[in-house]
Design a protein around this ligand. Structure first.
Ligand code: CA
Length: 231
């Protein structure tokens, strides 16, 4: 089996070195980069399963690096390494689609547990079944062919509805707020009301969830939405 590949972007060499040693010991293949530009370059040269990304980096920041990566790759799992007091960084990182964050200083065991958890969630969200298919319960979606099938029946969605459902499925079991969904599906240059998210959630629910059991799209009060199999 191919090793899971992790890219570490961290300018503090000591931390990067410890991470490299521990993760290599756990059986991962690890590559380090010490600043944002080097990180972006190495990211583009290889294929990666997980990015461990420090936020405070010389050159381009971790947040900027994440923005660039997410604009062309929704697949890679990302855990941010943040300083204790940088709440804003955590929020913008999560908004940009980081899967998790860990606050420095951290216990290595905690970090390893997060890495395993994120990789597990991520693998099940991206590698289900045959190529291109993402699955949740009896719902299947294919990003390459734009097919959606629920309980064996083909479901017709508009392109926007399809992108919304695909985003929810790729991040299944993660609660997504309206801004996150808006950025991912409508783009950063969309300045309309976040109500559009609720409207489109209703459209796709009517088409692929309402008549089926179990309902997969859940409203999380005061936060947003999550797609998950409740069983
Ligand atoms: Ca740093």
């Amino acid at each position: 089996m191919e090793k899971t590949r992790i890219l570490i972007v961290e300018d503090e060499e000591k931390i990067a070195r410890v991470l490299e040693l521990e993760l290599t010991y756990e059986g991962y293949e690890v590559v380090k980069a010490f600043d944002g530009m080097e990180g972006l370059q190495k990211y583009r040269e290889g294929h990666w399963d997980l990015l461990l990304l420090d936020i405070m980096l010389p050159g381009i920041s971790g947040i900027e690096l994440l923005r660039r990566i997410r604009s062309d790759d929704q697949q890679i799992a990302v855990i941010m390494l943040t300083a204790k007091d940088s709440v804003e960084d955590k929020v913008s990182g999560l908004d940009l689609g980081a899967n998790d964050y860990i606050t420095k200083p951290f216990q290595i065991e905690e970090l390893l547990a997060r890495v395993r958890a994120v990789l597990r969630t991520h693998a099940s969200a991206t590698d289900d079944g045959e190529a291109g298919w993402i699955q949740a319960a009896d719902l299947r979606l294919n990003e390459q062919t734009h097919e959606v099938i629920r309980d064996g029946q083909s479901i017709e969605l508009t392109p926007k509805e399809f992108n919304l459902l695909a985003y929810l499925m790729k991040n299944k079991r993660q609660v997504l707020n309206r801004e996150q969904i808006l950025d991912a599906v409508w783009g950063y240059d969309y300045y309309g009301d976040t109500n559009v998210v609720d409207v489109y959630i209703r459209y796709i629910r009517n088409k692929m969830d309402k008549e089926y059991d179990p309902a997969l799209i859940r409203t999380v009060r005061g936060v947003g939405y999550v797609l998950k199999d409740p069983r």
